[in-house]
Design a protein around this ligand. Structure first.
Ligand code: GTP
Length: 370
């Protein structure tokens, strides 16, 4: 069976993490999100996968290649400018000759795809949309259904009175190939706003598949952190890479962790990290491959991408550091701060909560050091 993964968006809301990396390649528990999505497809015997790419495609291709390493067959469809979710699929119409899946590449879910396909077939749907419940539906496009599951209407960003359901489009679809004939070739077109409403107008059977599965899109830094929190706190069945060395502690090979460092799970540590004496790491936290954590530093509920360098006595709390970030001695990076790749923060700095730092930006040491 085939699937198209939509992986071409710019991910503007996730900047600065996506300034130099496509959103679907950001690491989740030290592996790119797309690798998790591909694992999920393979677990449901979906091995023929088309990646619809546009923004920074070389990152995706150089990591995933032809997919053999991941037990699937990958092909790539390149858009010179974004064609929208449905336009991207139209571009590969010639390769889609049977019922297929379409997945947003920025979603982590354990949705039962096998069950969803059964549901689609039993109802003879032309398209089936997975739905997921959300706490605040006002920010999303709602999908209203009949008791049979057939979609009645779509409501975009509803006013409070118009909220009749908390079920939203989860960004996973099953589509019959003939539906693609309604998409104009070579132009920007989306499933959500154009194709699905058009199918309803035509009276074609569009069904919704209400799922109780775990679901999180990583559209913003807050959601990116929430996904890690959920995965590490056991909300989702998940195996972690590395050896389990203690209560909720997973460490990959080649690490040098000082016996006087304190780790309090859930914590995942990638390979070849050095953690010096007196360091305290409190979960849920992730430390990427090749990080160096200096003496007496404290890491609490933080996510570090590979090759971060922390001096001595650094405090990180509820923040995200992209690849190669360097933090000087005694600096404090706290709640909601997001530092882009290779950003440098000097010594004795204290960032205001919620500060974003662009890739490569340098913040000098505070004046008491200079
Ligand atoms: P924002 O700029 O933060 O809104 O992110 P985004 O551009 O990724 O858009 P959005 O979150 O709505 O995209 C949902 C999914 O569809 C993501 O996996 C995107 O990569 C993908 N996507 C969105 N637009 C396109 C497109 O034009 N072409 C392709 N191939 N994929 C797209």
């Amino acid at each position: 069976m085939k699937a198209v993964i939509l992986a071409g968006g710019e991910g503007t809301r996730l900047r600065p993490l996506t300034c130099n990396m496509p959103k679907c390649m950001v690491p989740i528990l030290n592996r790119p999100l797309l690798e998790h999505v591909i694992d999920h497809l393979r677990e449901h015997a979906i091995r023929d996968i088309i990646l619809a790419v546009c923004f920074m495609p070389h990152h995706i291709r150089s990591y995933l290649g032809d997919g053999k390493r991941f037990g699937v067959r990958l092909t790539y469809s390149m858009e010179s400018s974004p064609l929208g979710t449905a336009g991207a699929v139209k571009q590969v119409e010639a390769h889609l000759d049977e019922t297929f899946f379409v997945l947003n590449g920025d979603v982590f879910t354990d949705l039962d795809l096998t069950q969803m396909m059964r549901y689609h077939r039993e109802r003879g749907a032309k398209a089936t949309i997975a739905l997921t419940p959300v706490e605040d539906p006002s920010l999303y496009g709602l999908v209203e259904t009949e008791a049979t599951g057939r979609v009645e209407r779509f409501i975009e960003k509803p006013s409070p009175e118009a909220i009749t359901t908390n079920m939203i489009n989860a960004g996973t679809y099953i589509v019959e190939p003939e539906v693609l004939s309604h998409i104009p070739p070579g132009s920007r077109f989306t499933f959500e706003r154009e194709l699905f409403p058009l199918l309803l107008e035509r009276g074609d059977p569009v069904y919704a598949y209400p799922a109780e599965a775990y679901w999180m899109d990583i559209g913003t830094p807050e959601k990116y952190q929430k996904l890690h929190h959920d995965l590490l706190s056991g909300g989702v069945a998940k195996g972690f890479a590395g050896e389990r060395t203690g209560q909720g502690i997973w460490v990959e090979e080649g690490c040098d962790i000082h016996p006087q460092a304190e780790l309090e799970g859930p914590v995942v540590i990638g390979r070849d990290c050095v953690i010096e004496s007196g360091v305290r790491v409190r979960g849920p936290s992730v430390i990427g491959e090749g990080c160096r954590i200096g003496k007496d530093s404290v890491i609490e509920q933080a996510i570090l991408w590979p090759k971060a360098r922390l001096g001595q006595g650094v405090v990180l709390r509820k923040c995200v550091l992209a690849e190669g970030v360097s933090i000087g001695d005694q600096s404090r990076i706290t709640e909601g701060c997001v530092l882009g790749g290779n950003a440098v923060v000097g010594c004795d700095q204290s960032l205001t909560p919620g500060t974003n730092i662009l890739p490569g930006e340098e913040l000098p040491s505070s004046s008491k050091r200079r």
